[in-house]
Design a protein around this ligand. Sequence first.
Ligand SMILES: C[S@@+](CC[C@H](N)C(=O)[O-])C[C@H]1O[C@@H](n2cnc3c(N)ncnc32)[C@H](O)[C@@H]1O
Length: 301
Amino acid sequence: MATPSIEIQITEAELKLLQSLIYQECGMYFDERRAHFLHDRLYRRLKVCGLDTFYGYYRLLTSREGKAELVALLENLTVNETSFFRNKPQLDLFHKVILEELLHRKQERRDWTLRLWSAGCSTGQEAYTIAMLVCDALAYYYLRNPLPFEMPSPKPLIPLPWKVEILASDINYSVLRAAQEAVYPENHLDPVDYSFRLRYFDKVGDKYAVKKPLKDLVHFDFHNLKTEFLPARNDIIFCRNVMIYFDEAEQKRLVEKFYRCLNPEGYLFLGHAESLFGLSDKFRMIHQDNGTSYQRLEGHI
Ligand SMILES: C[S@@+](CC[C@H](N)C(=O)[O-])C[C@H]1O[C@@H](n2cnc3c(N)ncnc32)[C@H](O)[C@@H]1O
């Protein structure tokens, strides 16, 4: 069925109303620079819903029956750009310095669990990159610190007694479905070294599928970062290229929540264009070879 063509005018006041509803729902802030994008997405949704007034659409969004439409609108507003091995210098810091420190510290305490969270994971490339690097770091760690017992054969991806839990979450159900499917076009694999491709991917036709053992390490779930209750007791949180869409007040609230969701001395990784400057003094910045991370400082409430 052809969608009716709609020629409606949306006033600035109406756009502001929508802006604040979106902000309230998910923290994304559409200032004047992004008003055009918001406008465009609003028209698209009006078309899909066959509505011809802003008021009718707003009423739908705020009604109980309109929950699915609200989800669809938010999905249309999120920017889902991502890639494997995004921000290599930062991942080198994660892989070679932070994981090394964390494994050592945990082993001393005989705590064999690692919990990592990719918050705002989009289509999963970040979470699978983290998984590959954790497996690699653990294998390397065991080369230098052999186990006091024989490893079962074939060797598991995560050597005993370690237990690795990687949670990856997003507000957008479509990207979560793609992440769970874990099949990527060949050009998405460009940043992935051949040694990683061989170990962790199967070529299926002209695409690459993440191998099951790696896939099984990552658990995908819906979490809205705007809500108060977020997954706790993480050793490391990656929240990269998400906060840039929030305003400063929301960024401060989110960083405070991350502080609480991290284990003592846990680490937070932000996007290349993001920092904690002016947002929080509860973290220590670690900067090495162009990679940056933030470590939770203790003694703060
Ligand atoms: C640009 S992508 C970043 C993906 C990945 N972290 C990276 O850096 O490559 C931003 C992601 O954040 C998600 N997002 C935006 N607002 C969110 C919210 N309130 N809660 C959870 N995820 C959110 C979007 O759906 C999108 O998939």
